[in-house]
Design a protein around this ligand. Sequence first.
Ligand code: SAM
Ligand code: 2KA
Ligand code: SF4
Ligand code: MG
Length: 261
Amino acid sequence: MPVASDTDGLAEAVGRSAEASEGDLPINELFRSLQGEGRLAGVPSVFVRTSGCNLRCWFCDSYHTSWEPTGDWYSVDDVLAAVDEYDADHVVLTGGEPLVHDASVALLEALADRGYHTTVETNGTIAVDAPIDLASVSPKLESSTPTAERDPKGDGEWADRHEARRLDVDVLAEFVERYDTQLKFVVTGPDDMGEIEDAVARVRDAADAPVPDDSVLLMPEGQTREQLTETRRVVADLALEYGYRYTPRLHVDLWNDAPGT
Ligand SMILES: C[S@@+](CC[C@H](N)C(=O)[O-])C[C@H]1O[C@@H](n2cnc3c(N)ncnc32)[C@H](O)[C@@H]1O
Ligand SMILES: Nc1nc2[nH]cc(C(=O)O)c2c(=O)[nH]1
Ligand code: SF4
Ligand SMILES: [Mg+2]
């Protein structure tokens, strides 16, 4: 069912069913897979994907959590029960943007109480205080902005809002100070590197904690195996040139763009 078209006023999300209540989470999908991205790539993990996002990247590989959000409302206890069904130590909370939902904090607290290792996949625009073992922050570059030519749905109606919200250095600095953080940039090509260098320098200036080069990850843009064939060598070479870490998109290499992977 549709859950919300934006996150402004999500509390009154149009799709909330009569039975759903305040502390519930709109869940798009919940599945077990191998972590495909970042420092923990290859680790079996349960993925909890919330619906709804405050940004609209033109390339979003989770279209039904951002451009056309859909899902079912789960209580935190429902999510925990579904996670407990799997034999896993690692839980990845993702979206959409999971941190637009207050109930994500309650979920993370309950997961931590049960001893799960928690990774949060986030665009880094919303600061939270929650038990997060790995903050997997993916700051969004200008190349993510849904201009009229790149808009997958309309004619660039989201471009200004996206542009105004996409990168907040102070919030990124809070992540770096509070959590074990990786900064995972989606790279579309060499033209992105100036903005990445600039963003990393500004976060280093703003944060009272170090940002080592091996916590800065370059990830090739691409929703399909075929698209990644075009981008991954270029991005790997950029990682070598700039001294940052490369991350594959293991799940796309293995299972292409199948849902639940
Ligand atoms: C769907 S997002 C959800 C979490 C959060 N909204 C964010 O963007 O970090 C999960 C991860 O997929 C990445 N991603 C989305 N579309 C992508 C694409 N076409 N190519 C490469 N990475 C992509 C995001 O940058 C993020 O690291
Ligand atoms: N296997 C797998 N690994 C992932 N790492 C981050 C993902 C995400 O969508 O946040 C993701 C995903 O969708 N699948
Ligand atoms: S911030 Fe994440 S979920 Fe939102 S549109 Fe961008 S990639 Fe998709
Ligand atoms: Mg994904």
